[in-house]
Write a protein that binds this ligand. Structure first.
Ligand SMILES: NC(=O)c1ccc[n+]([C@@H]2O[C@H](COP(=O)([O-])OP(=O)(O)OC[C@H]3O[C@@H](n4cnc5c(N)ncnc54)[C@H](O)[C@@H]3O)[C@@H](O)[C@H]2O)c1
Ligand SMILES: [Zn+2]
Length: 387
């Protein structure tokens, strides 16, 4: 047997800016220059149709911005607008459509694909880019608070197939991520708030002082004040990238997925509610279930549990949703989320819990009776609050 380790090193670059396509903004060209090869650097741009809807001048601004970089950057053709949101991950025909554009534009492994859009759109374009020529350079420009602070700064791409989420996909470190915070301005409040819950999640597993900072600024976050929201997105993106770069498992070969704290319930709730509950709201409820469960089994103190639930609520999320108590086959439907989570990760069930603020713990089983009792507790509290 011949066995050799293969080491590859990637730089994971995340840049923050405002108005990436405003005249004079050089965030994008500065980061592309890190490639170091000959100019002009060729860039094919894909834009999420939903983002264009909220930013009427975007396509004009992109074209003008590239014209001003003449000689250094070359925009290939016009920006290609495709539908975004979850439906784009369910429409396989968009994958060959993106490949066709890449082929027609003669994008090679030294050119760039720039994707501007929400997390779903980045997953789609990222997947197509990572499979064209076995992977062309991708620059992501995430446009939602969730994607700027969480998914968009990660290394995963994928589309839904066989009716299953992210069934086809790839791991690929993007060439760079450019987080343009002005895109948050065109989002509805619910979508702007959603990024805050992933920030609380990552603070709980990694960074107590960030958690405390969010406590201090909870009122501003509730009001979605720009400075507070931007601080949270920047810090959340940084912690997600730190986790990916330092946890030792960037391509998720193991069974643990700490960035998915609270997500086994969340994914199931989204599905049970027919996606009427958004990802952010579902994660808030999912974390609450795991926290109250942890308190009940003596893993976290009642004080810490209460303190975390208070922050989640004070930034504008509920910790209970009626879909939690829907039943199927004689038990709470949401409990099926545990096995589905295990299947999705493969291997042994591994759930991340939080024994104290800023620290995580992996467990390989959860007591279903205690989960039900935790859900009942959350239901009673919610009932008491509405009285
Ligand atoms: N790759 C990963 O690691 C990873 C991690 C977490 C989530 N995800 C994926 O991300 C997706 C969810 O992404 P999301 O929460 O960013 O939402 P989304 O991409 O589904 O976008 C929601 C809607 O907002 C629109 N939109 C996006 N930006 C806008 C803006 N600035 N102004 C106005 N409208 C805008 C989109 O067109 C879409 O209609 C899911 O498919 C999920 O699986 C991926
Ligand atoms: Zn999430």
């Amino acid at each position: 047997m011949i066995e050799r380790p293969i080491h590859l090193e990637f730089a994971h670059r995340v840049v923050f800016t405002r108005g990436a396509f405003s005249p004079g903004n050089s965030s994008l060209d500065d980061v592309l220059a890190r490639a170091g090869d000959a100019i002009p650097r060729r860039v094919l741009v894909f834009v999420d149709g939903g983002v264009v809807g909220g930013n009427q001048n975007l396509l004009r601004d992109i074209t003008r911005w590239f014209s001003a970089k003449d000689g250094e950057l070359e925009l290939i053709g016009s920006p290609v607008v495709l539908p975004g949101g979850e439906p784009c991950k369910n429409d396989w025909s968009l994958v060959p459509e993106i490949w066709s554009e890449i082929n027609r534009s003669k994008i090679d492994r030294h050119s760039f694909v720039l994707a501007v859009g929400g997390g779903a759109f980045l997953d789609l374009v990222g997947f197509a880019a990572s499979t064209a020529h076995r992977g062309v350079r991708l620059v992501r420009m995430p446009t939602t608070s969730l994607s700027q602070g969480d998914g968009g700064v990660g290394v995963k791409n994928g589309v839904n197939f066989f009716g299953k989420k992210n069934w086809v996909g790839s791991f690929a470190v993007p060439f760079a991520v450019v987080n343009d915070l002005t895109f948050l301005d065109s989002l509805p409040d619910k979508a702007r708030r959603a990024g805050i819950i992933e920030a609380i999640k990552v603070a709980l597993i990694r960074d107590r002082s960030f958690f405390e900072e969010m406590e201090r600024r909870a009122e501003q976050l509730r009001e979605l004040e720009r400075d507070a929201l931007e601080m949270v997105i920047r810090k959340s993106a940084g912690l997600h990238v730190d986790h990916i770069a330092t946890s030792g498992d960037p391509y998720e070969l193991g069974s643990a997925r700490p960035l998915d704290f609270g997500h086994w319930t969340a994914h199931k709730l989204e599905q049970i509610s027919g996606f009427s509950i958004g990802h952010g709201e579902a994660v808030a409820v999912g974390m609450a279930v795991d926290l109250v469960y942890s308190k009940r089994i003596g893993l976290i103190s009642a004080e810490d549990c209460q303190r975390i639930l208070r922050l989640i609520e004070s930034v504008g999320f509920s910790v209970f949703h009626e879909s939690l108590v829907l039943r199927e086959d004689g038990e709470l439907h949401v409990l099926k989320g545990l096995e589905e989570f295990r299947e999705h990760l493969g291997g042994q069930l591994t759930i991340t819990l939080v024994p104290e603020i800023g620290r995580k713990l992996e467990v390989n089983e959860m007591d279903k009776n205690e989960i039900c009792a935790a859900i009942e507790e959350l239901q009673m509290d919610s009932f008491a609050k509405t009285k």
